[in-house]
Design a protein around this ligand. Structure first.
Ligand code: M6R
Length: 619
């Protein structure tokens, strides 16, 4: 998830690009760059590692001059977050300039093909490969290449042809030094909007980048390409058919636009989970198999057991992951809290695979656990959201969540990403060990792939969860319970409520109820029971009855179509049917919303809860 911006007009481009990037910095801040072309074809490119402010400092007093340009703020997916990998990228002639947001899945094959033709690459990015590919198409067109050639501009046609060969997700904006009035933008599964001005036009990943200049905008849909010039914009499909698109007027103010119209980043990040999950899974499931080339360097045959280590929400993901690894890959697996693991003298050796899970990649206790695992010769894998974070520098290999920057202190989309990557890891280990029935593996892969659509459907109707949450906004305490893979879901639901509403909450394995916590239950302690379809559904219903018998109110989370549950619970929240093993992913979403609406009803500062920091870099 990166931010991109393009400008074609009559004003100085650089300040407009930098201002646009500032509004898009929430999309990524590993590095930033701009490229600006003056009407004589003089091209200037400036990049800096780190936040946008570093680039602004670098340009202080000598901003590139020109009235056409592109800018980029990066959230790394391929290649370390450094200046070389920062966008814009160019082709081998240096005349074609490109910024990109997304993941080009077949970049390795394209890169190999280009390398065979003698292309050298300056960076490790997938983006640079696309710049080279456009260059090849452009040269071929200039040399009189034949074939269907629907677009009037040579450069736009070259971009179209190159994109026809690309698999994956992208929003791109490109220009050629020889066509100084022309920007070409295109998208497939990554956002790009067009801003319409007076003798000037814009392209951007998101509306906030446009608002200082225009409120007239136009959408670009997946599989479309826009030719943007100061005097006008034409939209085509990638098959070259012209598209007629009506502009619309943006009515949001800037603050609302930065959160895509949501009142809080937490709610925005909950709602973007379907798209982020698609990004996370993209290219990792092909022809019924899990592809995790990041693990190629490990010797998995040596692994006799797996230890998963993390803190907070990431630890809850590990609890789910350990269940799946044992169930599918038949490897003994344990999950541990970082601050415990590091002092527990854990039994690890060169037959142990230690999986460290951390959104930030900077959590002190998780890092200390990593160092300990390394000292004891274990093989180590980091599962993190932040390319280039400390954890990635010390682990043997890293698998990225690809869910984009998480601004809210309370984790949401990173948890769904962690659960999904751990499910992929479990399936991958099972695949390597040849231990899983093909039917079951296929069912799980199918379920993972349909999960984003199901979460999208769920998020389209949040009124019910909001209504139920408001009823409980004034309780002092809440009890969450779940079984099997949904025991961690109960823990995570309780953690979310504690963090953002400051209501005391406890998560428990439902079967433990009778071993103590039942003593607390009374009409003032409501219970949220995870009762989605599972092998232990009947037992969960019994647990709900036990809770009810003590006068406690019960909110049940159940599978759509389960009418029986309404006879036992006071309130029911429904989720679509999913295999039990993967149900924690979707089951988490209503619990996030529940915590959010309780917190709002209590007037809490959802995005910055008291006493908390986004990443805990000290012990
Ligand atoms: O960056 P990390 O994933 O290592 O962070 C771990 C925890 O601090 C984090 O998950 C924390 O529990 C969240 N704020 C929970 O919402």
């Amino acid at each position: 998830m990166c931010g991109i911006v393009g400008y074609a007009g009559h004003r100085a481009a650089t300040p407009i690009l930098l201002d646009g990037l500032k509004r898009l910095e929430y999309r990524g801040y590993d590095s930033a760059g701009v490229a600006v072309l003056d009407p004589e074809g003089c091209l200037a490119i400036a990049k800096a590692e780190g936040k946008l402010s570093r680039l602004v400092e670098r340009l202080d007093g000598h901003q590139p001059i020109g009235v056409l340009g592109v800018g980029h703020t990066r959230w790394a997916t391929h290649g370390a977050p450094n200046t070389v990998n920062a966008h814009p990228h160019t082709d081998s002639s240096g005349d074609i300039v490109l910024v990109h947001n997304g993941i080009i899945e077949n970049y390795a094959a394209l890169r190999a093909e280009m390398a065979e033709r003698g292309h050298d690459f300056a960076s490790e990015t997938d983006t640079e490969v696309l710049a080279h590919l456009i260059g090849v198409e452009y040269d071929a067109l200039r040399a009189g290449a034949n074939g269907f050639r629907p677009l009037p501009h040579l450069f736009a046609e070259a971009v179209r042809r190159a994109l026809k060969r690309v698999e994956g997700a992208y929003a791109v904006v490109a220009f050629h030094r020889d066509e100084p009035n022309l920007l070409v933008g295109a998208r497939q599964f990554s956002p790009l909007v067009i801003g319409l001005g007076q003798d000037e036009n814009f392209l951007a990943s998101d509306i906030p980048a446009l608002l200082a200049y225009t409120r007239q905008a136009m959408t670009l849909e997946d599989g479309e390409l826009a030719v943007v010039q100061p005097g006008g914009v034409q939209v085509y499909t990638l098959d070259g058919q012209p598209v007629v698109r009506q502009p619309f007027t943006v009515t949001w103010d800037l603050a609302a636009a930065e959160k895509s119209g949501f009142p809080h980043f937490f709610l925005k990040e909950i709602h973007e989970q379907p798209d982020r999950l698609r990004d996370c899974l993209r290219g990792r499931i092909t022809e019924g198999r899990v592809l995790l080339p990041e693990l190629d360097g490990l010797d998995l045959r040596r692994v006799k057991r797996v230890r998963l280590v993390a803190c907070g929400t990431a630890y809850h993901a590990c609890l789910m992951g350990r269940t799946l690894i044992e169930r599918w890959a038949r490897l003994p697996a344990e999950a541990a809290i970082g601050s415990e693991f590091r002092y527990a003298e854990p039994m690890i050796d060169d037959h142990t695979l230690v999986v460290l899970v951390s959104q930030s990649g900077e959590t002190a206790d998780t890092l200390a656990s990593l160092y300990l695992a390394r000292e004891q010769a274990a093989q180590t894998v980091a599962i993190t959201n932040v390319v280039g974070s400390t954890i990635t520098r010390y682990a043997d290999t890293s698998v990225y969540l690809r869910v984009g920057p998480e601004i809210s202190v309370a984790a949401s989309k990173s948890y769904l990403g962690q659960q999904s990557v751990l499910a992929l890891l479990a399936l991958y280990l099972a695949q390597q060990r040849g231990l899983m029935e093909a039917d079951e593996a296929a069912e799980m892969l199918e379920a993972l792939q349909t999960m984003p659509d199901e979460i999208e459907a769920l998020l389209a109707h949040t009124d019910r969860v909001e209504g139920v949450a408001r009823r409980f906004a004034h309780v002092r305490s809440f009890f969450y319970m779940g079984r099997g893979p949904n025991h961690p879901t109960a823990l995570e639901g309780a953690l979310k409520l504690k963090e953002i509403s400051y209501i005391h909450a406890e998560g428990y394995a439902s079967g433990e109820l009778k071993h103590g916590p039942i003593a607390m239950l009374d009409p003032d302690l409501p219970c949220l029971a995870i009762a989605t379809r599972s092998a232990t559904y009947a037992k969960t219903v019994s647990n709900i009855q036990e809770v009810r018998a003590r006068g406690a109110q019960v909110v049940a989370l159940a599978t759509e179509g389960d009418t029986e549950i309404a006879r036992h619970a006071h309130h029911v929240l429904y989720v679509p049917a999913t295999p039990e093993a993967l149900s924690p992913i979707i089951n988490t979403v209503p619990l996030q919303l529940f915590a959010y609406y309780v917190a709002i009803a209590r007037g809490c500062d959802v995005d910055q809860p008291r006493n908390l920091a986004k990443s805990v870099t000290v012990e």
